[in-house]
Design a protein around this ligand. Sequence first.
Ligand SMILES: O=C(O)CCC(=O)C(=O)O
Length: 265
Amino acid sequence: MSMTMTLKSDYDKLGFLSPVDVLSQKQALRHRRCVQDAERRIGRLHYLAKVHTILRSPYQLATHPAVLDVVEQILGADILLYNTTYIIKEANTPAYVSWHQDLTYWGLDGAEQVSVWLALTVADEQSGCMRMIPGSHVNGQMEHDISHPDENNVLFQSQQVHGVNEPDAMHCPLMPGQASFHHGWTLHSSLPNHSHDRRIGLNIQYIAPHVRQTKLPGYSALLVRGTDRFHYYEEEIPATCDLDPAALIWHEQKNQLHFRIAGNA
Ligand SMILES: O=C(O)CCC(=O)C(=O)O
């Protein structure tokens, strides 16, 4: 069986792939420095949407051939970049991510979507790597409870699926430069960072062009491979330099729109 077949059949069976090598550790460190340089200039980057429109590093990562080659096996030849978000857990902090499925509050009308989580630092059990429930994507959406807001929960609505059998979870440790790929219905979560270093990941979300955003108009996306025959999204301009003032203004609007969509039931 070819590597391609194995990759796709593993993904279809498990609902995720991990770990996948993307960058060397040295390259990952360079990208980590880009995050930290930008933070020195504009403050926290954690959980801002569409960072590839204000910084070159996440754009380079979201268009990296080693990432897109895997995404293409999963979604097919036509790929839209939907969003990029740094998810940062500071050293020795209580931030965690409850059990959830990504697609629940995104307002997309199809499940032809994949999320990549690319580690820029060590993400292991100590620093709170992702945990996934194998095969949990096959039955579609599960009920999410949003009635327990928790400031330590990274998710916008502290949404959580109850009754998950934790012993079924697989930890997905990643070294800097490695990535995991997961389906939008795969149940996943992560525990706090008990290490002495920050845990920084870039979450990159892709969709097939026929998938629509149904909650609000004006969402943008960027064609990164193949053809978009549907044109459902406003066209995005990726960052050509870091923190360009005009890009920052555009970004602020789109970040707010993203929050209005993903942050509301
Ligand atoms: O960064 C984390 O710990 C969780 C990330 C997550 O839920 C996601 O990438 O969908």
